[in-house]
Design a binder for this molecule. Sequence first.
Ligand SMILES: Nc1ncnc2c1ncn2[C@@H]1O[C@H](COP(=O)(O)OP(=O)(O)OP(=O)(O)O)[C@@H](O)[C@H]1O
Ligand SMILES: [Mg+2]
Length: 267
Amino acid sequence: MSVAQPLAVDALRVDTAVDIEHVSMRYGRGDAGTLALDDVSLQVGAGEFLCLLGRSGCGKSTLLSLIGGLERPTAGTIDVGGRRVGTMFQDSSLFPWLTVAGNIELSLALSGVPRRDRASRVEELLDIVRLPGTERKRPHELSGGMRQRVALARTLAQDCQVLLMDEPFAALDAITRDAMHDEIERIWMERELTVVFVTHNVREAVRLGDRVMLMKPSPGRMAREMVVDVPRPRRMDAPEIALRAAELHDELDRQERLATRTAEAVA
Ligand SMILES: Nc1ncnc2c1ncn2[C@@H]1O[C@H](COP(=O)(O)OP(=O)(O)OP(=O)(O)O)[C@@H](O)[C@H]1O
Ligand SMILES: [Mg+2]
C-alpha cells in the first residue's frame, strides 16, 4: 500500500483545473478547534472525474467548500485558474415553494442570465437532465431521483466548468442511482466538465472516477490514490469494479481498526 505525496498522475493531466497546495483547515481555535484538513496537496486535471472517498468526518465536504471558495483555508492555496465552479451540496434541497422552473431560474438569475433568456435555458437544462416538461411541478411532486436531477440542473445553470458534487446520490435506491451514474457520466463528457465527486460508497467511486482519492480522518489527509483504468461504459456490478472496490474496502477496514485501537489506547 503506497502512501504517496505529492500525488501526481502525469498521464491523466494535460492541464490542471484545480490546484490544491499544502492546504490545512482548522475550525475553531486552540485545543478546542478541529483540524479538518492537514497539509493536503492534490491536482485535478481539466476534464478529469475525480472521486473523493472516505469515512465520515475525514474532511471531504470541507475540501469541496474550500475548492468552491465558500471558505478560506487556514494554510495553503487553492487555484482554479479562474474557472467557474458549481457545487451540488450534500444536503442540496430545492426551495419547496418554487416550481422546478423557479428553482432553476433563480440560479440563472444569480448567474446574470437576462430574464428573457431564462425560460429557454430552463428548458434546455431540463432536457440535459432528462426531465423535459416538468417546469411547473413543485419539488414535492417529484421522486427523490427527479429532485436530484433538478438540483443538478440548478447547479449546471451556473454554467460551471468545475462541478463539485457532495454525495449527491446517497439517498437514492440502487436502480435510480445506477441511472444517475449514467446521466452524470454523459453530462460530464458532453459538457467537458471537471468533476470532483464525494462519496462514502466505494463501488460508486470506482464506477465513476478516472481516479479515486481515499482520505483518512483525524486530521483529514490523503491516504491513497487509485487510478481506475477500467474502460467506459462501466457497470457497478462488473468484476473489475468489484476487484478495485475490494482493495479500497481493505484500506478503509485498516483505518477502522487503527481508529478503534487508538480510541482504546486513549480510554
Ligand atoms: N463549520 C464547522 N465548524 C466546526 N467544525 C466543522 C465544521 N465543518 C466541519 N467540521 C469538522 O471538520 C471535520 C470534517 O468535517 P467534514 O464535514 O468535512 O467531513 P466529511 O468527510 O464531509 O464527513 P461526512 O462523510 O460525514 O459528510 C469534522 O470533524 C467536522 O466535525
Ligand atoms: Mg460531508
